[in-house]
Design a protein around this ligand. Structure first.
Ligand SMILES: O=P(O)(O)OC[C@H]1O[C@H](OP(=O)(O)OP(=O)(O)O)[C@H](O)[C@@H]1O
Ligand SMILES: Nc1ncnc2[nH]cnc12
Length: 170
């Protein structure tokens, strides 16, 4: 399926110079959304993931259906201050700002094979921070799966040799 035709590009959002890739136009199309998740599930099975982690908020709409499709667990990586139990957290930079992410200390068991799922890879700050948090908990990141990759920002260089799958590239 040509997923690019389902993605809407909004110039100058949320600030001048950013071309925002809007996935809501893909999400509202049932067959396209399902096909996108199924394609990422092929990759997740190849890397033998046994749990999915997704960064808030758009990582939830990719990671949660992927874990459901595979009948494996889902770990939410949340913006700092949102998780109720004991957490570890890390600060990071985005294409358009700064933020902090956190995860529960008991979210991942040492040695678990973790696939990170998100809608989009831009500078790689979010994925790098998520990898860092999972590795601190003893998890092994076996792959990173995205709907969209902004190749011109070269986020892959922050991921090292972890296998990456993206459905659409700009
Ligand atoms: O590769 P990066 O430069 O880190 O950018 C990619 C991240 O930016 C967006 O999330 P955002 O932090 O805007 O949060 P949201 O999902 O809550 O909208 C997107 O969903 C990715 O998680
Ligand atoms: N250009 C972009 N479009 C949508 N989400 C993003 N997150 C970071 N950069 C983005």
């Amino acid at each position: 399926m040509d997923f690019k035709q389902y993605i809407r590009v909004i110039p100058d959002f949320p600030q001048p110079g950013i071309r925002f890739k809007d996935i809501t136009t893909l999400l509202k199309d049932g067959p396209a959304y399902r096909a996108a998740i199924e394609e990422l599930a092929v990759f997740a099975r190849e890397v033998q993931a046994d749990i999915i982690a997704g960064p808030e908020a758009r990582g939830f709409v990719v990671g949660a259906p992927l874990s459901y499709e595979m009948s494996i667990g889902f770990v939410p990586i949340r913006k700092s201050g949102k998780l109720p139990y004991e957490t570890i957290k890390a600060d990071y930079d985005l294409e358009y700002g700064k933020d902090a992410l956190a995860v529960h200390v008991d979210a991942i068991q040492p040695g678990q094979r973790v696939l990170i799922a998100d809608d989009l890879l831009a500078t790689g700050g979010t994925i790098e921070t998520t990898i860092n948090l999972i590795e601190q908990l003893g998890g092994k990141v076996v792959g990173a799966a995205f709907f969209i990759e902004l190749s011109y920002l070269d986020g892959r260089q922050k991921i090292g040799d972890i296998p990456v799958k993206s459905l659409v590239q700009y």
